[in-house]
Design a protein. Structure first.
Length: 457
């Protein structure tokens, strides 16, 4: 019950239960906000993805109409900003002085947004989705396997009508759908979903966020199949301007910790944050457990069979039915999204979409995070705590954090135990084993969160 409710008491966590997310090399190394010589204003700053999001927001205001989107270059650990300079070449100088790597592009933000509006008005057929891809400076349009015949011709014609260099179109082998078949499983009205994040409602009562299509499927939710209800939907939005629901715990004395059960690990969630293209993120769901991937686009529009949903995050993180509503978060313990839907599964992959947590919190008037100081070993702390070899993260060489832990050279926790599959820690290039390389088969599907973590369905 790590990220659902717990009884009205503080649970004593066993040693090593709370694990920092700096366990394997697939995770982004810690970096200060800037490691460059302050005298070299034109040199791009070295940033964490979370800091890049803040810089991108500031540059959007600073550059005005010249700003044409941005993305995070994980290899260089830099923010890349697209600029349409026009007659004002000084915008490039301003962007570089702010610490971004600058790239001149042809399509402005206004032109790309206009193209997206055209798609919405002329090609919003079920099974289609689109989002601006700042890495190509184009609108990426995706059509699932149901878009054929006249619907495909209509979509293709609309894309062509946007003009050369404005959009690209691709086919998806799967079908866009919400992921409700029903972190931890919640059950209601015959549906199974996943709890997203515990929050505090505007009146101070305990509640949680989940997907809006779960909230409209049932008014009452339980933490056990066919169990007694523990929470009631306060507000749900789906389809339309989002896919989120606020569900209040029926017992006002419920203790609702700001944590995610990441399959044998407890990740402390400190606050909500905006996603950034290129950022690595983790998803937890009651069906498939823990998975990771990358943010591909923001402000995405998805045309589900139930209707159109706008303002979503597009990723390549896998998900399956039952994962709906589950949390999308960073290794630093920042809440970014709630699982909405997509295509494919965790065998073949696919496109997935998430409701931004920041938008959901603002809409329902709730707050996230317990305001605590984090304490020793909390996930997401910088420096020693975040798997940088400090004692709080398990210490170098203990097999649970970095140093010489098992799987340092590859993607630890690639196996899963439901079908007697591969053993934990079978990354492509496993590192030298530590003194405690993990005690349970992993279910991380190569996410590299930590070696030997165990999925709790």
């Amino acid at each position: 019950m790590s990220h659902k409710r717990i009884a009205k008491r503080k649970a004593a966590l066993a040693a090593g239960t709370v694990v920092a997310l700096g366990a394997a090399t697939i995770l982004l190394p810690n970096a200060s906000a800037s490691q460059d010589d302050a005298s070299d204003a034109a040199a791009p700053r070295t940033l964490k993805a979370e800091d890049a999001s803040d810089l991108a927001s500031r540059l959007a205001g600073l550059l005005g109409d010249a700003f044409a989107g941005s993305y995070y270059d994980a290899d260089q650990r830099q923010l890349v900003v697209n600029v349409v300079p026009g007659d004002d070449s000084s915008v490039i100088v301003r962007a570089k002085k702010a610490g971004a790597a600058v790239r001149e592009v042809a399509n402005s933000t206004a032109e790309l947004e206009a193209g997206a509006r055209t798609l919405r008005s002329e090609a919003a057929v079920p099974g289609t989705a689109w989002a601006v891809d700042p890495r190509t400076n184009k609108i990426l349009v995706t059509a699932d396997s149901t878009v054929t015949g006249a619907a495909w011709d209509r979509l293709e014609s609309t894309v062509d009508g946007l003009g050369s260099g404005m959009a690209t179109i691709r086919k998806s082998a799967g079908t866009f759908r919400t992921f409700a078949s029903g972190g931890d499983a919640v059950f209601g009205g015959g549906a199974r979903c996943s709890l997203g994040f515990n929050v505090t409602a505007g009146d101070g009562s305990p509640a949680f966020l989940t997907a809006g299509h779960c909230g409209v499927a049932s008014e009452q939710w339980s933490d056990a199949e066919n169990g007694a209800p523990i929470a009631t939907v306060d507000r749900a939005t789906f389809p339309g301007a989002g896919d989120f629901a606020l569900v209040r715990y029926d017992d006002p004395d419920t203790e609702a910790p700001s944590e995610v059960n990441a399959g044998g690990q407890t990740v402390r969630i400190s606050e909500a944050a905006e996603a950034v293209v290129g950022q690595q993120v983790f998803r937890m769901g009651s069906t498939t457990g823990l998975a990771d991937g990358q943010v591909l686009g923001l402000d995405a529009t998805v045309n589900y069979p139930e209707g159109t949903v706008a303002g979503l995050i597009q990723t390549d993180v896998c998900a399956e039915p039952g994962d709906s509503g589950g949390p999308l978060f960073t290794r630093d313990g920042l809440a970014t999204g709630l699982t909405s839907g997509g295509s494919g599964d965790c065998t073949v992959g696919g496109e997935t979409f998430f409701q931004p947590v920041t938008t959901a919190l603002e809409a329902v008037g709730a707050t996230l995070g317990d305001g605590g100081d984090g304490g020793e070993g909390d996930a997401g702390a910088d420096g020693q705590d975040a798997g940088a070899g400090g004692d709080e993260a398990g210490g170098a060489g203990d097999g649970a954090a970095d140093g010489e832990g098992a799987g340092v050279g590859g993607d630890a926790g690639v196996g899963h135990d439901e079908t007697g599959g591969e053993d934990a820690g079978t990354g492509e290039e496993p590192g030298a084993p530590g003194t405690a390389p993990g005690t349970a088969p992993g279910a991380g599907r190569g996410n590299g969160l930590a070696n030997g973590h165990e999925r709790t369905d």
